[in-house]
Design a protein around this ligand. Structure first.
Ligand code: AHR
Length: 508
């Protein structure tokens, strides 16, 4: 007999409004993300501007609402002026962060065209590594001001008279990391970030700014860095950035070599995501109180994903080196689904989130010159992004527990749900974390309940390590399922072991 779990929902018991910006992506000048991923003029699948149309179609399917650019570690050595003007005059440089040659054939104008094609809001990171606060303010002028001053006129001369209107601005990237070009201590970073934010806001008072959190919970700087930076920047920022990469064995990407895999703990890694978000949310509240501020600052989880297997290329300085080309499997897709559950369940504090990254480099899609395939993680991401809207509901869950080495007893069922009063649409997302045990779940609504179920998907399999490839692109996908029957205000769903299930509902 399968184990049983219950989920009680009430469309009036909500956690918070869901910010659509939690369905965001990140495109860095790194490996084959930009070059050979987005921009690939040699490909038969590119348009006349070199943009891969198969990639654009897949990104539109995922429905990314915000896109972080141009890095990442790359940005800490990036001169944005290299990427503007006639292409044949743009410099080739060594990009130190990823040991590659940057041709600058793709720059600010090309990115804005691409963002417009996929219908996403840009989120720009400024260089606070080798860059100055003046460079940051000049870039805001270039991107956002009407013509009549030196940089806005330069933009017009380069073909775009209208301001681009970039609203979201990251104040550097991972400035605590020893790998970072221009690494700083927390106080030095906070002081530079405040000065940059001031100049950038004086240039365009409508922008929103995002300060760097520490790079990972495994860093010695966590959470001291976060508390110090929040305290010192509080009056100048709108969001605080957090980064987190999951791995099997959990939790770090750097010191897990040779350790045995631990899938049970890995599938419970959202406990760690929740702890990270809770800690930073507490740090924000503390900084708000210390600053006697009325301002609200939210979390911007602008790098998250599974990343631990695929490391560097051959170490040669080259254009578009094959680095970090992670091959995702079923267990990774389930972890991604629990991550998205976490975003809904923490929707009161997490208002922006960007999966790192979008193409080839630790990404949901993989390209070669003549083809593309969708990785396993593409499916939960795309289903959530297209179905969760309105408010995150606060589900009451009763689930059997499963033992894990790392977290002790953990609920077998991981859940989130949404309801949009604007159109009466709801969605429920369920992950069965067990590798061996099916689960029968009764979902019931305490209030009116849905009139009908509208669509449903399931992703499962016996092998947690099964993945997709160019040869077998549909090996692990989310299938549409036959919808369970509504019995009054309840329904019963069967969850196989190792599975992600989602369904949508229509309410009066
Ligand atoms: O997303 C890959 C890299 O991970 C980013 O460049 C950096 O910010 C992080 O360390």
């Amino acid at each position: 007999n399968p184990q049983r779990a219950t989920v009680s929902l009430n469309t009036h018991r909500t956690i918070s409004e869901i910010s659509p910006l939690i369905f965001g992506g990140f495109a860095e000048h790194m490996g084959r993300c930009i070059y050979e991923g987005i921009y690939d003029p040699g490909s038969p699948l590119a348009d006349e501007n070199g943009i891969r149309q198969d990639v654009v179609a897949a990104l539109k399917e995922t429905n990314y609402r915000i896109m972080r650019y141009p890095g990442g570690n790359f940005v800490s050595g990036y001169r944005w002026t290299d990427g503007i003007g006639p292409r044949d005059q743009r410099p080739r440089r060594r990009a130190l962060a990823w040991r590659s040659i940057e041709t600058n054939q793709f720059g600010p104008h090309e990115f804005m065209d691409f963002a417009r094609q996929i219908g996403t809001e840009p989120m720009w990171a400024v260089n606070l590594g080798t860059g100055s606060i003046q460079d940051a303010a000049d870039l805001v002028e270039y991107m956002n001001l009407p013509t009549g001053t030196v940089y806005s006129d330069m933009r017009a001369k380069n073909g775009h008279a209208e301001p681009f209107g970039v609203k979201y601005w990251c104040l550097g990237n991972e400035m605590d990391g020893p790998w970072q070009i221009g690494q700083m201590d927390a106080v030095s970073y906070a002081d530079k970030a405040v000065q940059a934010a001031k100049l950038m806001r004086w240039t365009d008072p409508t922008i929103k700014t995002i300060a760097c959190g520490s790079s990972a919970t495994a860093m010695a700087s966590y959470p001291e860095w976060d508390m110090t930076v929040l305290d010192r920047t509080y009056g100048h920022i709108d969001y605080f950035s957090m980064h987190h990469y999951a791995a099997n064995p959990y939790p770090t990407i750097s010191n897990n070599e040779g350790l045995p895999l631990d899938t049970d703990s890995y599938l419970a890694s959202s406990l760690h995501f929740v702890e990270h978000a809770d800690t930073l949310a507490a740090a924000i509240r503390l900084a708000k109180a210390k600053n006697r501020s009325k301002r609200d600052v939210y979390l911007c989880w602008d790098e998250w994903n599974v990343w631990y297997r695929a490391k560097g290329g051959d170490g040669e300085w080259s254009e578009a080196p094959h680095i970090l080309e992670e091959e995702y499997n079923l267990e990774d897709a389930l972890v991604v689904a629990t991550w998205l559950n976490t975003f809904l369940n923490k929707s009161d504090v997490v208002k922006i989130a960007c999966i790192a990254q979008i193409v080839n480099v630790i990404a949901p899609i993989m390209t070669r010159k003549d083809a593309m395939f969708k990785q396993t993680i593409f499916y939960p991401l795309t289903i959530f992004s297209n179905t969760a809207s309105g408010y995150a509901l606060d589900p009451l869950v009763r689930s059997p527990l499963r033992d894990t080495k790392r977290y002790g007893a953990v609920p077998q069922l991981d859940v989130s749900a949404s309801f949009d009063p604007q159109n009466g649409q709801g969605a429920v997302f369920l992950v069965n974390r067990s590798q061996t045990e099916p689960l029968t779940v009764q979902v019931c609504w305490e209030d009116e309940g849905p009139q009908s179920l509208t669509r449903g998907w399931q992703m499962s399999g016996n092998d947690p390590f099964a993945s997709n490839s160019f040869e077998k692109p549909d090996n692990v996908i989310a299938h549409e399922i036959t919808l369970p029957q509504l019995e009054g205000r309840a329904l019963t769903v069967q969850l196989p072991p190792l599975s992600f299930t989602a369904f949508t509902t229509q309410h009066a």
